[in-house]
Design a protein around this ligand. Sequence first.
Ligand code: CA
Length: 221
Amino acid sequence: MRLLLVEDDVGLSRSLKTDLERAGFAVDWAADGEVGEFLGATEHYDIVVLDLGLPKMSGLEVLKTWRQTDNHVPVIVLTARDAWHEKVDGFKAGADDYLGKPFHIEELLARIQALLKRLHGRMQPQLSGSGITLDEDTQTVSVDGELSTQLTAIEFRLLRYFMLHPGKVLTKTHLLEHVYESDSDPASNVIEVYINRLRRKLGNDLIATRRGQGYVFGKSA
Ligand code: CA
């Protein structure tokens, strides 16, 4: 899952980035509204955490610009505490949820997970399909009910992305975008390497290669 954090408070951003990465997100950070708006318009994020009070361009303007150009990326806005009008303005501008500052990271994570589940139509903390169950809280995976080894951060991100899009052909570039931060520069074969690791851990027939196209998750694929 790829997440964009738009927040000008450097200290808060650093700690949020660390916690969000630990929770399995590839996090890009923008410190002002202009950069945030640009990234959100040009990159494909699964979710955005957007502060409203930002230099150069306010969070509300950023959000309005995206929505006017039919960019419906899920957005959680960070508002000043007790500023009810900010919440109203945020929803009017097209926010999916809000969180008042200061907040506990656990609450932000819970809201992110709830929003993603709402959008993907899921109610359980686990993702399942093709005999595989992925527990997002513990980042562990089981195969046909038997507990398997713990996944590394990248394996977890990759498998979760596959499981959210079963039966769909996903290109290497697309997978790379949703698993890595944009400022990292992974080797070009990194997706193949991780797919092979997942196959070794979970079974060879789980992720099919479509030559010249990409990869498909699911045993019926
Ligand atoms: Ca701010």
